[in-house]
Write a protein that binds this ligand. Structure first.
Ligand code: KG4
Ligand code: ZN
Length: 343
């Protein structure tokens, strides 16, 4: 089956084409970073309008890159949530109309399911069951993943998400949007440990996270009388170390609690080099396996949505052919169920 995937939940328009036998055939992403940069963050209305402009040309490009005609498609998957309502509506409206016009089924996909399954696009995919550490701009969660759609929440953040903490802290120390990657780059030039930041909830004995206090601790450090802008890199390095310490330690605790030996890291923060370094070290020492999506599939993309839809269609999910849709800006991942197989 050939499945087209459409992603438009935030500030990337993504289109992917996934073949359930041959794997990913092509994908294209258009990032809106330049569009939002002058506002210092994502402006939802501008995001929606840009998705409108980009989605059709990206679909054409993706199909052309794979040498595939629209008439050869068997289904369309699209991100129906969580995300920005207006941005989601663009992808949903396009996907449902396109599928309806082609007489093929459309399937709403949970954005985080896309992230969670994205390591399956790599050459050495993880085997179920595994523990997933989902670290994006909006979510920080540990899940037990038993199969497609079988996700048990083990723990999550009680306040800011890890990516959000990166972004807010970057802003505090004067870095431009998008702050997370910029902060990570600056951290590479500094030395952790010269500042002392807390490791929130490191010893809480559960799998919950909290990152908002860290941002306040960074603010406090920059308010000290002896603070100098030249110390920014050291502060960034310590911040990154603190987040990484907590994420790595809770991920290991989740492996212990579930008795599993495979960890999957997904979402934008999964691109962080220091986090990968720490987890790789720990994996070697403690004899577990850790999988990451390819870097191009860490941030938002249509390939992971095509994949998630493709796996669901392949397992018998029918989708809908009515062209009707609703988006879910808020949509807890643990409400998902394995594919619904018609009798
Ligand atoms: O998964 P994603 O692209 O979008 C969401 O679904 O949220 O994640 C974006 C988040 C942003 O908060 C961004 O700052 C963060 O991932 N991020 C990073 C890095 N690259 C992206 N955070 C830390 N280090 C990075 N290298
Ligand atoms: Zn995302």
């Amino acid at each position: 089956m050939r499945i087209l995937g459409i992603e438009s939940s935030c500030d990337e328009t993504g289109v992917g084409l996934y073949d359930t036998e041959r794997g990913l055939l092509a994908h294209r992403v258009h990032s809106q970073i330049a569009l939002h940069a002058e506002y210092g963050g994502v402006v939802p209305e501008l995001a929606s309008r840009d998705h409108v402009r980009r989605v059709v040309p990206l679909v054409r490009e993706t199909l052309a890159a794979a040498g595939c005609e629209a008439s050869q498609l068997d289904g369309v998957g699209y991100t129906a949530g969580p995300g920005l309502a207006g941005a989601l509506l663009v992808g949903a409206a396009f996907a449902e109309a396109y599928a309806f016009g082609l007489g093929i089924p459309a399937l709403p996909v949970h954005h985080l399911e896309g992230h969670l399954l994205s390591p399956l696009l790599s050459a050495d995919p993880p085997q179920f069951p595994f523990v997933a550490l989902l670290v994006s701009g909006g979510h920080t969660q540990l899940m037990r993943v038993s199969a497609v759609g079988a996700y048990d929440l083990l723990g999550e953040t009680v306040d800011d998400a890890a990516g959000e903490a990166f972004d807010k802290t970057a802003k505090l120390i004067g870095l431009d949007y998008p702050g997370g990657p910029a902060l990570a780059r600056l951290a590479g030039e500094g030395v952790a440990g010269r500042f002392k930041l807390p490791r929130p909830m490191l010893h809480s004995g559960d799998l919950q996270f909290s990152f908002s206090g860290l941002k306040t601790a960074v603010l406090t450090a920059t308010k000290q009388a002896n603070w100098q802008a030249s110390q920014r890199a050291d502060l960034a390095a310590e911040f990154q170390e603190a987040v990484t310490d907590v994420l790595a330690s809770k991920a290991i605790a989740a492996l212990k609690q579930t008795g599993l030996r495979t960890l999957v890291v997904a979402g934008g923060v999964g691109a962080n080099r220091r986090l990968r370094e720490r987890l790789n070290e720990m994996a070697e020492r403690r004899k577990f396996r850790v999988h990451y999506p390819e870097l191009e599939f860490c941030s938002d993309n249509g390939a992971m949505i095509a994949l998630a839809a493709g796996l669901r269609f392949a397992q018998g999910e029918k989708g809908s052919r009515e062209g009707r849709f609703a988006v879910r800006p808020r949509w807890p991942l643990n409400e998902l169920r394995p594919p619904i197989v018609a009798a």
